[in-house]
Design a protein. Structure first.
Length: 319
């Protein structure tokens, strides 16, 4: 004699039920084809308040509950509330930081700020924030916009927009509807032009390594600091490691590390010989993140140097 306990979860809007547990041996069509939406429709199948039935064979027994009853205050999932738009409303818990939340949901810090316009660096338990299903931005559709024009605006493919917005089509894009734009930056950030327009953050960053700083700003707001290969490289400020490449050419950068800081600024450490952090690590200012190398597109007698970039603010170590 054996007993299998299965959990069947009724879903809203007459969607098919969800089940979990032992083998699905019972024919439940008579329950869900009867036209009844309530749990009471199962009374004739599971008498005596759905108690577990015992028999001489391996009969499946089901406990039927409403999906909403799972989300109670004792359940960790009660901090997460899905919305019809595919977004998530997350309730801040004690001990949360924005960087940890971003890492837990696999999105960037900027995504949190862009999806929550009033969000500040200081958060408190009970506060609710919007979580996107992917790094990117939210866009409210305006008059005469199309999926293609929106894709061009943010520099992403239309296919990506369709992938993360299942309810839309080229013909039914409604003015005022909100779309998730994956892998996009805010229009304000994307439109920022020229280093002179970048904010100055005096004292926020420390110089990330020792050696000869050429001091000349070049591509992508970067500077070069020359020293022997193997010289330690440190985090210029605290933040979340969002990129770590330990192999490949990577567009000439070679091996590299990127850190996203709580203020939304990103720093990049390139041409490294070896990296000592992984994606998802949270580092504080001065933590070891890599060692100077000559990977990627480097020149000179040894090529050993650090290419250090600052995205979203002025690079205070260059001219």
């Amino acid at each position: 004699m054996g007993i299998f306990l299965n959990l069947l979860v009724l879903r809203p809007d007459k969607q098919p039920p969800e089940s979990a547990g032992g083998p699905f041996l019972a024919d439940l069509s008579e329950i869900f084809d009867s036209g009844n939406d309530s749990v009471a429709a199962a009374d004739n199948v599971f008498p005596e308040d759905f108690s577990i039935a015992e028999s001489d064979d391996n009969t499946a027994a089901f406990v039927i509950v409403d999906k909403n009853s799972i989300l109670n205050s004792a359940n960790p999932l009660s901090t997460i509330l899905p919305t019809r738009d595919g977004l998530i409303i997350y309730k801040i818990q004690k001990g949360d930081t924005l960087s940890k939340i971003a890492a837990n949901f696999g999105i960037s810090l900027n995504t949190l700020f862009w999806a929550n316009k009033d969000l500040k660096n200081f958060i408190k338990p009970g506060q609710e924030i919007v979580i996107l299903p992917v790094s990117g931005v939210l866009h409210q559709v305006e008059e005469d916009e199309t999926v293609n024009s929106i894709a061009e605006l943010y520099g992403v493919s239309a296919d990506k927009i369709f992938k993360f917005n299942k309810g839309i089509s080229r013909a039914n894009l409604k003015v005022g509807s909100v779309l998730v734009i994956p892998d996009a930056k805010s229009k304000k950030t994307a439109a920022t032009g020229g280093l002179a327009s970048l904010p100055s953050l005096p004292g926020y960053f420390i110089i990330p390594t020792t050696g000869w700083n050429w001091g000349r700003l070049h591509y992508n707001n970067g500077i070069d600091i020359a020293n022997a290969c193997g010289t330690p490289v440190y985090a210029a400020a605290e933040g979340l490691v969002t990129v770590e490449k330990s192999f490949g050419w990577n567009g000439g950068y070679g091996h590299l590390v990127e850190i996203e800081h709580p203020n939304g600024v990103v720093t990049r450490y390139a041409h490294t010989q070896k990296n000592s952090v992984s994606v998802g690590d949270y580092v504080v200012q001065g933590d070891l993140v890599a060692y100077i190398g000559n990977t990627g597109n480097t020149h000179g007698p040894t090529g050993c140097h650090l290419h250090f970039e600052v995205h979203g603010a002025r690079n205070s170590f260059g001219k």
